[in-house]
Ligand binder design. Structure first.
Ligand code: ATP
Length: 273
């Protein structure tokens, strides 16, 4: 089947309420919501609306969720794609696909474009450039830069991009008028883990013995995605045991399973250990 380059969603329901913790990031990105809701307020007095912001942080910390929440809060269409898809699936046509994407977003503006894993296309140019595929990647990156430079101040398309490797990105991406704002999305601390548990416990039938403070204490180093996994895993374990509600033991078992999975994953990533 033919792979789709990007996904377009016009009715995003995610709002800031769905994003637990991350107060600083939400505060910073709130400004982008304001721009999208009411661009004239800024442009009429000569202000320039930012074109892009980079969401930087470890995997599973809610970067995609936060980008969706911006679209949900501002009630604008959300165009999304992943940088790695770009490089793997669209050999030879990356640059023209970028053009298509921006064209469609402009037609529907105000709109958000979200590029996950921007490092896959956005690594610094001119390094290790021994293969044709690198030229392809560079063409795609150059087109992205061209598109961002090309929109006027009244285009009202804001590009959000996520990465966990801001250090490898081409500095040209961060230049003024491109991704000139960086928003940090870190692993949650204990208080934030508690809040994330609250969000993901909501849809579950819970037993009386559950308490989010305890759960937060059991999960140091967990990302939001890990916590969402724990909650779902605990529900599956409870159901498998014919329980009517998810209890503390189900959570402890779920945490063990997730920790086991994380350890395996780390072994694969660093085989020298
Ligand atoms: P990656 O870098 O791996 O793409 P990401 O930072 O984009 O990860 P998300 O895809 O947004 O992470 O998070 C995955 C899921 O984890 C979310 O859909 C949500 O269910 C849960 N999650 C992550 N962070 C949070 C959070 N702060 N509050 C609530 N849920 C969260």
């Amino acid at each position: 089947s033919k792979a789709k380059l990007f996904d377009e969603k016009n009715d995003i329901k995610v709002t800031f309420k769905d994003v637990a913790g991350l107060e600083g990031a939400k505060e910073e990105i709130q400004e982008i919501v304001e721009f999208l809701k009411n661009p004239e307020k800024y442009t009429s007095i000569g202000g320039k609306i930012p074109k892009g912001a980079l969401l930087v942080g470890p995997p599973g910390t809610g970067k995609t969720l936060l980008a969706k929440a911006v679209a949900g809060e501002a009630k604008v269409p959300f165009f999304s794609l992943s940088g790695s898809d770009f490089v793997e699936m669209f050999v030879g046509v990356g640059a023209s696909r970028v053009r298509d994407l921006f064209k469609q977003a402009k037609e529907k503006s105000p709109a958000i474009i979200f590029i996950d894993e921007i490092d896959a296309v956005g690594r610094a140019r001119g390094k290790n450039n021994f293969s044709g595929s690198n030229d392809e990647r560079e063409n795609t990156l150059n087109q992205l830069l061209t598109e961002m430079d090309g929109f006027g101040t009244n285009t009202n398309v804001i590009v959000l991009a996520a990465t966990n490797r801001a250090d490898v990105l081409d500095k040209a991406l961060m230049r003024a008028g491109r991704f000139d704002r960086q928003i940090y999305v870190d692993l949650p601390d204990i208080r934030e883990r508690r809040e994330i548990f609250e969000v993901h416990l909501k849809p579950l039938k819970k037993s009386e013995d559950l308490d989010t403070e305890f759960l937060a204490k059991q999960t140091p180093g967990f990302s939001g995605a890990d916590i969402a996994n724990v909650c779902n895993e605990a529900a599956l374990i409870a159901a498998r045991n014919d329980k009517k509600a998810v209890d503390k033991q189900d959570f402890l078992d779920a945490v063990d399973r997730i920790v086991g999975g994380l350890e395996k994953k780390n072994k694969i990533i660093s085989p020298e250990e």
